[in-house]
Design a protein around this ligand. Structure first.
Ligand code: AMP
Length: 214
């Protein structure tokens, strides 16, 4: 299974990718996560990416594409398929990704577009918190009880907010999505690969819709 999850920030791509990974047994590749790890490890890629990420802009195409190419070139990475979450994010990245896949004699099965109302997106992002210890995602605005009654809270774990989930950066990320990423919707529609899925409702409901659509 070779999938791309497309959608504005906060539409649930990461959450759904985690479930799809379990169902189809293929790796979940998040370029955003790769950058966050690179920043944490203070690598050269991390240092190049940081200022773009902190201001809600896209990391330059060549940095992202090189990172993806390296990742796919590693033994066993994506041997059985993949779920890309947050890549590609520009038409240029999509075209360069197609060329990489052609070299590998592979093709994408579907591009899933998660569609969520913009007001809902802002609520999802401003309330999103990450448990520092388990990596689990909670939402203190939309589902405060889930955190209040969680094992993570009982264990005394700390919730942190991603730097780029702060309101001023969220606005910039939404602008970036509209200007640079949304043209991909038309691009993949023209190529007959786009599957649009309603991303509102519970995590399970959205997951069932994706599986039904595939
Ligand atoms: P995400 O976790 O997917 O929301 O990504 C967080 C940030 O990483 C984005 O706002 C971008 O600055 C950067 N990023 C992640 N993936 C890409 C990509 N494919 N192209 C350019 N920048 C990216």
């Amino acid at each position: 299974m070779r999938l791309i999850l497309l959608g504005a920030p906060g539409t649930g791509k990461g959450t759904q990718a985690t479930l799809l990974k379990e169902k189809y047994g293929v790796p979940h590749i998040s370029t955003g996560e790769m950058f966050r790890e690179a920043i944490e490890a203070e690598t050269e890629v991390g240092m190049r990416a940081k200022s773009y990420i902190d201001s809600g802009q896209l990391v330059p195409d060549e940095v992202v594409v090189d990172m993806v190419r390296d990742c796919l070139g590693q033994p066993n990475c994506a041997a059985t398929g993949f779920i890309f979450d947050g890549f590609p994010r520009t038409v240029e990245q999509a075209e360069r990704f197609n060329a990489i896949l052609e070299e590998r004699n592979e093709s994408i099965d579907a591009v899933i577009l998660l569609s969520v109302d913009e007001e809902q997106i802002v609520k999802r992002l401003s309330g999103r918190r990450l448990c520092q210890e388990s990596g689990r995602i909670y939402n203190v605005e939309l589902a405060p009880d889930e955190w209040e009654h969680s094992e993570d809270k009982k264990k005394g774990c700390t919730l942190v907010q991603r730097n780029d989930d702060k309101p001023e950066v969220v606005k910039a990320r939404m602008r970036t999505y509209h200007n640079q990423t949304s043209p991909l919707v038309e691009y993949y529609r023209k190529h007959g690969m786009l599957v649009t899925v309603d991303g509102e409702g519970s995590v399970r409901q959205v997951f069932d819709r994706i599986v039904a659509a595939l």
